[in-house]
Design a protein around this ligand. Structure first.
Ligand code: GLU
Length: 470
């Protein structure tokens, strides 16, 4: 069972959509802290909203976390399945006089609120059933169970990020624990689950800071230990405004589909709100070693796509050639229709990877720049390549083919032949190399072209280039 000396952290998403990058960052911070301390990281799917929660969203969240490499230590807990336990706690509070039955009808509450608004008063439950004799209870009227919250004094959330945040209890009304249909509220469910799961640290978005004060009231009423809270400022767009659709991608899977690597995302999300001096490149192993709650920033971090791209280029370069070939295979496997890599293509890619990976900022760029190695046969020219293979370009190509006939098929020898031809014709080496590049790859940019002639081999190279010399 629990090793009580170790922290237990959780990620508690509501499965109503994709895994949002804000949620992914929350998961990452909790995961890193668990890994840093040797504690546990657990998942709780908060599926109590039966209308908005969907199995597809649960799958999207679990897949997103898996893709990001954030593993969890136990079977996920599903909150809705624990409703009986939540009710049990509400009953206990009732029995102890720490909660009470409220028979106010919805109509009554609506007019109470209207009255408060009209009088410029804060809108909150006025405690009308708090001290009433239960004998007054109307027969057959459904009731809600409300917490008998402390009315005077303050509730202080000791937050490792925000410092002490004080709420006057007078501002917090007697919140509902069980609705009149007998269903537990979210606020009750969270507290009971966190306690039962032995959660020691709650790191989450600062949109939950007010909830923390309310949740602490329930914790106090139950006499449970309070967890350590850390409310992380939300992520903002590059312009400093709250993150929204107009800033672009929001879902983790969109970042995957744009060609960002999981290790890039881990590093990037870490830096959105946590810092270690001026370090920008912080691989996960290092992050696990360094991560602490104290260095989480107090002000909102801004998305920075340039930084994301630079990090991705870095992690692409860092990956082994063999792994990158697998990543390319996975990438083209997600295309419609899905593509696969032949053994020949894999062998070529391994050989060509050192220069290919030097220039790619995303997996899409890498796969695109490697595509000329996937299959055999003449290339389809893009517009720029077509402009190179004019009559003049084709004549140069033909002269080059004549020059390499019988030459050893190595990058060095093939480059020598091109230099000699350029000299002979008094043109630049580029004027020879570009037609070769265009014919061989269908593009005007590629890794060093003589090395690529070598990677493709003599027969395939000649077949491709001859297609543009007639
Ligand atoms: N389910 C909540 C959400 O997705 C998080 C609750 C919590 O972390 O306490 O926003």
């Amino acid at each position: 069972m629990n090793d009580n000396s170790k922290p237990v952290l959780r990620f508690a998403p509501s499965p109503t959509g994709m895994l949002h990058i804000g949620g992914a960052r929350t998961a990452l911070f909790n995961w890193l802290y668990a890994r840093h301390t040797g504690g546990r990281f657990v998942l709780r799917i908060e599926d109590t909203d039966r209308i908005r929660s969907t199995p597809q969203a649960v799958a999207a969240i679990l897949n997103g976390l898996t893709w990001l490499g954030l593993d969890w230590d136990e079977e996920p807990i599903y909150q809705f399945a624990r409703a009986d336990r939540h009710r049990e706690v509400a009953e206990k509070l009732l029995a102890e006089g720490k909660a009470y039955r409220c028979y106010a009808t919805p109509e009554e509450l609506t007019s109470m609120r209207e009255e408060q608004r009209k009088n410029g008063k804060p809108v909150r439950y006025d405690g009308r059933w708090r001290d009433r004799d239960p004998a007054d209870a109307p027969l057959g009227v459904p009731y809600a169970v409300r917490l008998k919250a402390r009315q005077g004094g303050e509730t202080v959330v000791h937050d490792v990020i925000q410092g002490d945040v004080t709420f006057a209890n007078a501002q917090l009304d007697d919140m509902i624990l069980l609705r009149s249909d007998g269903n537990p509220t979210y606020m009750l469910a969270v507290v009971v689950d966190d306690f039962d799961m032995g959660i020691t640290h709650i790191i989450r978005g600062d949109d939950h800071l007010n909830n923390a004060a309310r949740q602490m009231q329930i914790i106090e009423a139950m006499g449970w230990p309070a967890p350590i809270y850390g409310h992380v400022p939300l992520i903002h767009g590059p312009d400093g405004a709250k993150l929204s659709k107009r800033h672009g991608a929001q879902a983790v899977e969109e970042y995957r589909d744009m060609g960002y690597l999981p290790e890039t995302m881990r590093n990037y999300l870490l830096r959105l709100g946590w810092s270690h001096g001026n370090d920008e490149i912080i691989p996960t192993e290092q992050a696990i070693e360094w991560f602490n709650l104290e260095a989480i920033g107090k002000s909102p971090a801004r998305l920075d796509f340039k930084k994301l791209e630079n990090l991705n280029a870095h992690y692409i370069r860092e990956k082994s050639d063999a792994v990158l070939v697998d990543e390319i295979a996975a990438w083209i496997g997600r295309e419609t229709p899905p593509k696969t890599l032949s053994d020949l293509a894999r062998a070529r890619l391994i050989k060509a990877m050192p220069p290919l990976k030097e220039r790619a900022k995303t997996m899409g760029e890498l796969a695109g720049s490697a595509a000329f190695l996937f299959d055999d046969g003449p290339r389809t020219l893009d517009d720029k390549a077509a402009k190179i293979l004019t009559a003049e370009g084709r004549a140069t190509l033909a002269a080059y083919l004549a020059a390499v006939a019988g030459a050893p098929w190595t990058a060095e020898a093939l480059e020598e032949k091109a230099k000699a031809l350029a000299e002979e014709k008094s043109i630049k080496l580029g004027a020879v190399a570009q037609p070769i590049r265009a014919g061989l790859t269908g593009r005007t940019t590629s890794p060093p072209i003589f090395a690529m002639l070598d990677v493709l081999g003599e027969a395939e190279s000649l077949a491709r280039l001859k297609a543009f010399t007639d």
